[in-house]
Design a protein around this ligand. Structure first.
Ligand code: PMP
Ligand code: GLN
Length: 380
């Protein structure tokens, strides 16, 4: 096979979701909600299928979704985009990430990112033949360390790959952290690619700051998001990338040969969802904040030390107080022992020691499911 992919093997999500099925365990590993998104969106998908929108959609995406993405960026952030030239629809954020890296990076180039990182980042960087350089975010506050971040940059830096709100830590990058990252991107003349799929999943009144809104950044930033998290439809795989027209065109050139197009009838449905009222967006974060608190209380009473996330639907906890010495081993035995699935944070690290006993739990589940998970964890 392709030697670039040799280090990666099976993703942790596939391994842990298989264990969940095998042991009939509660799956707080892979992040996906157990309730559906807005009714209007579901109905719009059915209507699109019934209206015969079942063949290849246009390469850049269906016009109403391109328009809806541009309107969304303007409505929430005041970012002004030309929907025909500065937006591209992809098969989930995953394809946007891969196509963007393949479009902008090649052998010899370096990509600066933070660890822990979402697993597809490392694989996509490797597929492009580029090299990742990382700066560690450390439990429990996961603050950016300026010295190690600066040390990750070099004359070869081509891109900074950022994720805010951040999976798996739940961290929402602060304005001053983003300003530091952006000033380094300027200094080293690098692109900033920012994965903002959890943009609407923020708590406690914390503000999500899109990188493209920082002074001077619109011209060197590509922003990635998708409908999966915001509208609880992770299986639909409708994502997008937006930014300067020439860069978006370069990503489109790669995307043609990855999937060409995708998710036909789901594209107009996500367009409908993006246009729904503030109540839909606010209701989601409000409900997730309550779920976060429910799970955190439970994990604490089960004896774990918890980092309180300001965003996403993940919480990272230290399982050392339960006797764990290795998070991966702990997560492999937890389904059989306690009937609960979590994922080890170390798999998202190059520096495994930075997360030896840390595990991630997803709280995008019905309250009774979270309560049962807590009951099982407390009993074991
Ligand atoms: N980026 C991050 C940080 C994610 O957590 C996910 C979802 N697991 C993705 C990208 C992929 O998004 P999609 O399902 O839209 O491909
Ligand atoms: N983004 C989700 C997570 O982090 C699912 C990832 C996946 O299944 N590839 O859990």
């Amino acid at each position: 096979g392709n030697p670039a992919l040799a280090p990666f093997g099976t993703t942790i999500f596939a391994e842990m979701s298989a264990l969940a099925l095998e042991h009939d365990a509660i799956n707080l590993g892979q992040g996906f909600p157990d309730t559906d998104g807005p009714r209007e969106m579901l109905d719009a998908a059915k209507a699109a299928i019934d209206a015969g929108r079942n063949q290849y959609p246009p390469g850049p995406g269906v016009p109403e979704l391109l328009d809806a993405v541009a309107a969304h960026q303007d409505r929430f952030y005041g970012i002004d985009l030309d929907p025909r030239r500065e937006v591209l629809v992809t098969v989930g954020a995953t394809e946007a990430i891969a196509a963007t890296i393949l479009a902008l990076c090649g052998p010899g180039d370096e990509v600066v990112t933070f660890e822990p990182y979402y697993d597809s980042y490392a694989a996509s960087i490797a597929l492009a033949g580029a090299t990742r350089r990382t700066s560690v975010l450390r439990f429990p506050d996961f603050a950016v360390d300026e010295e190690s971040l600066r040390a990750a940059f070099s004359q070869r830096t081509r891109m900074v790959l950022l994720n805010t709100p951040h999976n798996p830590t739940g961290k929402v990058f602060t304005r001053s952290e983003l300003e530091l990252i952006c000033s380094l991107a300027w200094e080293f003349d690098a692109w900033v690619v920012t994965d903002e799929v959890y943009e609407h999943l923020v708590f406690d009144g914390v503000e999500h700051i899109p990188v493209a809104t920082l002074p001077g950044m619109r011209e060197r930033t590509l922003t990635i998001s998708s409908g999966g998290k915001t509208f609880s439809a992770t299986g639909w795989k409708v994502g997008w990338v937006s930014g300067p027209a020439e860069a978006v065109a370069a990503v489109r050139a790669v995307k043609q040969f990855l999937t060409f197009v995708g998710s036909g009838p789901f594209q107009p449905a996500v367009a409908v969802a993006l246009g729904l009222g503030d109540d839909v967006y606010d209701g989601l974060s409000k409900s997730l904040q309550d779920k976060r608190d429910l799970l955190i209380d439970g994990l604490r009473s089960a004896g774990l030390e918890v980092s309180v996330p300001a965003g996403t639907y993940f919480v990272v906890a230290d399982a050392a107080p339960l006797g764990a010495t290795d998070g991966l081993a702990f997560c492999r035995e937890l389904p059989a022992r306690a009937g609960v699935v979590a994922v080890p944070v170390s798999v998202f690290h190059d520096d495994k020691d930075a997360a030896r006993t840390l595990v991630r739990f997803a709280f995008c589940k019905r309250d009774e499911v979270l309560q049962e998970a807590v009951r099982r964890l407390t009993a074991h």
